[in-house]
Structure formats: C-alpha cells, structure tokens
Ligand binder design. Structure first.
Ligand code: 5AD
Ligand code: SF4
Length: 443
C-alpha cells in the first residue's frame, strides 16, 4: 500500500514548529508520509498562530486557497485540519467561517489528530477538540527522534502570566510542567542519537517546577544542572524566559556550566514602567536592568535578545523614548519587535488606543534600526575572537566551505570538510560582514 500524503504548514512561534514536528512524527506512525506538494496531499494540516491579527488572517486566506484548489482538482477526499492557537481560540466558530474543514484541534490535543481524522473520514462530520487535557499530550507522542545535532525539548506547556495583551494563556492553557525525569530521559535519548545541542522549550521556561521522584520540585536552574551532566550534551539553550522568575540561582548557573550558551532571549516588551504595569508584566525597567547587570557580572559578553511591543494602548512619546533608552543601556543583540495587535478577549483590547498606526510604524522602524546598529557593533567586536560553533553542514558559499552557528546565533562560514557536520569546533573570526561572518578553524 502506498503511504498517504501529509502536507503541513506551520505558522508562528518555535512552540508551533516543535508541535508541527510532533504532528509529522505522529502521522508517520499512522501511515502518512510528508509531502511539500499540497496538490498530492490526502491530509492538509495548518498549525496556526493567533498572537497577532495578521498571522490569524493569513491562516484564513491560505485555507480558502487550499479549498479552491481541492475543488478545482476534484479531490473530494482531501481532509483539511486546522490546529494551533487559531483553532483553540475560534473552536467551532471556525466551521461557520470555513465549513469545509474536517478537523479542528488545539495545541494540547494534537496527539488526538489521527483518531479525529479517522472519525471524520468515517462519519463525514467535522471533528472539534480544543480541550486542555492535563499533560496527556506528552504521553501519546512518538519517541523523540534526532534529525541533526540540535534538538528541541519541550519542558512546559501553556502560560499562567496573563499579560494584558496576550492570547497565549487562553489558547494554550495554563502552565503545565513535565516531570523532571521525563525531560531528562528525553534529553538522554536524544544525546544517545548524537544530539549535542538541546533547546529547552516553553512559554516561560524559567517558571519551571518539575516534579522529582521523591515528590520534591526541581526549579529551572536545577533542571539545567542535570541536563548539563548528560553525556554528549555540549550546548544548552532555552526559550523563552520571563524577567519575573529569572532567579539568582539561574544566573549563578552561567558561572557553573559553560554548556549554557553565551546568549539569552529575555523579552522586555517595553522600557516604560507605566506601560509595563499596564501590560501586567510584573517588573520595572530597573528590575530588568538588574538582571542584565547580574548576568553580565558572570558572563560579561553575553548576547541578549528580546521581544518588544511598540504602540501598546496609551504609549506616549515619552514611554517610547524610555524603551529606546533601555535599548541603548542594555545593548540588545536582536529583537523580535512588533506593533501592538489588538486581540479580542484580552484585557488590553478594552483600553483606549489613540496613537495613529503611522506613528506606531515609524516608532517600530526607528527602534529596529537602533537594535540593528547594536547587532552590527556586536558582530564587529567578534573579529579576531575564537568562537565555539556547531557545524550545520556545507555552506551555500560553495565547495569546500562549511557553515556553523555561534552561541549568539550568527552564521559563520569557514573552509572545512563535510565530515565536520554536526561537530562542535573552534573557529577564529577573520572577516565580519553585516549578515555573515567568515572564519578559520583552529585547534
Ligand atoms: N501584539 C503584538 N505583539 C504581541 N506579542 C504577544 N502578544 C502580542 C500582541 N497582542 C509578542 C510579545 C511576545 C511575543 C511572543 O509576541 O512580544 O513576547
Ligand atoms: Fe503571553 Fe505574557 Fe505568557 Fe509571554 S508571558 S506567553 S507574553 S501571557
């Protein structure tokens, strides 16, 4: 029997990319094979994102296009399934807007997708399940499978912070933490398959509280300490963290293990205390800077990436300038910054918002330029340094060149053999361009 074909599109964040990979693994266990050609698919899955309005609207326009294609080709049996945060938020309402959808599943019910597809095919009735069954998801997924020397491991799901602008607590549910041993066993399995770099994943990883076999709880710092002891793991990353629970114990870990990369993604959202309070972030700009100062006391050249929202309701020019000042004080290396998007059902959606969109867009542009300039300076400061990098594979620059990733997420090209793929090597940076670095391998 030929395998059924699965076409999957992932929208949005790393959490979604992680879930998408799990969907692929799960469907492969149920006789599907992934295809990049949507027209040959038996099952089309959209793993959606609703963090901003644009992302959500894109889902609906793209779905409409797939439906048209299906009808034009007369492929009546092609099943269209929608998962992720749009599914979770809209639930049954999706079927009113797009009645041709066969399956609607949420981030916490993706493991039920095979059964839901089968039931839809059997009954012809659209299936909707966007519930939040406690942690069940992790117990029903395929075994972890390494595809390269770098792997993601989810340690928690959902978010209980309820920032006033954000849909995540409603779409992914409240925080659920995986037991410590489950995470460690998964990392060890991946390491035994050749994984050297692990990224611990969750909405607020540093809020982690993992049950231990003796009933005690492990915090995030302890989790890192154990992960660092697993044979084969050479590099530990995590995303995303929250300033509120960025404990001194976690900061101290940067001094204890050099497996923790010299890079952290720590969303600040705004540099104005007034806006931070309206966002319900639970810290001030000074408290954020205190974390940075203490981190830099341990790791002077740590690279700091952040998320910023520009144009939150009521953001004045003065608030915006406070954010610009914070950017200079911290010297962010990278930002995921966006104009505020009103999300129905969140508390901020009811706030008065009088700043014109053009003003917000101009603020965003200037802010992104500022961060870009910092990033260029950081690249320049890397000239002549020796970086420990993970080799990704042959470079697009041509034969004999390999590419690798530095701790601070820069791609460096160097002369090397293909057998270096998936190895950690030392590279001295010899040329700095705006977008890439060149280097040479050193002992
Ligand atoms: N509008 C704009 N950006 C948002 N984010 C979350 N909600 C919104 C919103 N309503 C951003 C935050 C968060 C990142 C994942 O997405 O910066 O850190
Ligand atoms: Fe959203 Fe805030 Fe939770 Fe991040 S911490 S997912 S911004 S509610």
């Amino acid at each position: 029997m030929t395998a059924k074909k699965l076409y999957l599109r992932s929208f949005g964040c790393q959490m979604n990319d992680y879930d998408s990979q799990k969907i692929v693994d799960l469907m492969e266990m149920h006789g599907y094979e992934r295809t990049e050609a949507v027209e040959e698919a038996d099952l089309v899955v959209f793993n959606t994102c609703s963090i901003r309005e644009k992302a959500q609207e894109k889902v609906f326009s793209d779905l409409g296009r797939i439906r048209d294609m299906r009808d034009e080709m007369g492929k009546k049996d092609m099943v269209i399934a929608v998962g992720g945060c749009v599914a979770s938020q809209e639930g049954k309402k999706i079927l009113t807007r797009a009645p041709y959808i066969g399956v609607v599943f949420g981030p916490q019910t993706l493991h039920r997708l095979p059964a839901m597809v089968e039931k839809f095919q059997r009954t012809g009735r659209s299936q909707v399940d966007i519930s939040f069954p406690e942690i069940e998801k992790f117990d029903h997924l395929a075994e972890p499978k390494a595809t390269s020397a770098s792997a993601f491991v989810s340690i928690m799901e959902g978010c209980s912070k309820y920032c006033s602008y954000c849909v995540v607590p409603y779409t992914r549910g409240e925080e659920i933490h995986r037991p410590l041993m489950d995470v460690l066993v998964e990392v060890a399995k991946l390491a035994s398959q050749g994984v050297k770099e692990v990224t611990l994943l969750g909405q607020n990883v540093n809020a982690y509280q993992g049950k231990m076999p003796d009933g005690e709880m492990a915090d995030f710092a302890m989790l890192i300490e154990y992960v660092a002891e697993i044979d084969g793991i050479e590099r530990i990353r995590y995303t995303t963290s929250h300033p509120q629970q960025f404990t001194q114990r976690l900061i101290d870990m940067y001094g204890k293990t050099n497996k923790l990369v010299n890079h952290v993604h720590l969303p600040v959202q705004s540099g104005s205390d007034r806006v931070l309070a309206a966002m319900k972030r639970g810290y001030t700009a000074l408290e954020y800077k205190s974390i940075v100062r203490r981190l830099r006391a341990v790791r002077p050249d740590i690279s700091i990436a952040t998320d910023i929202i520009v144009g939150f309701p009521g953001e004045t020019e003065e608030d915006y300038q406070a954010t610009m000042q914070l950017i200079d004080e911290v010297g962010f290396d990278e930002s995921f910054s966006f104009v505020y998007s009103r999300r129905p059902g969140t508390p901020a959606a009811y706030l008065e918002d009088t700043t014109p969109q053009e003003v917000k867009l101009a603020r965003l542009k200037a802010l992104q330029e500022k961060i870009y300039n910092h990033s260029v300076k950081i690249s320049e400061s890397m000239l002549g340094t020796v970086q420990r990098v993970l080799v990704l594979g042959p470079s697009r620059r041509g034969r004999g060149m390999m590419m690798a990733r530095t701790d601070n997420n820069r791609i460096v090209n160097f002369v090397g053999d293909e057998s270096l793929t998936d190895q950690m090597v030392n590279v001295k940076i010899t040329v700095v361009n705006p977008h890439t670095l060149l280097g040479e391998m050193v002992a």
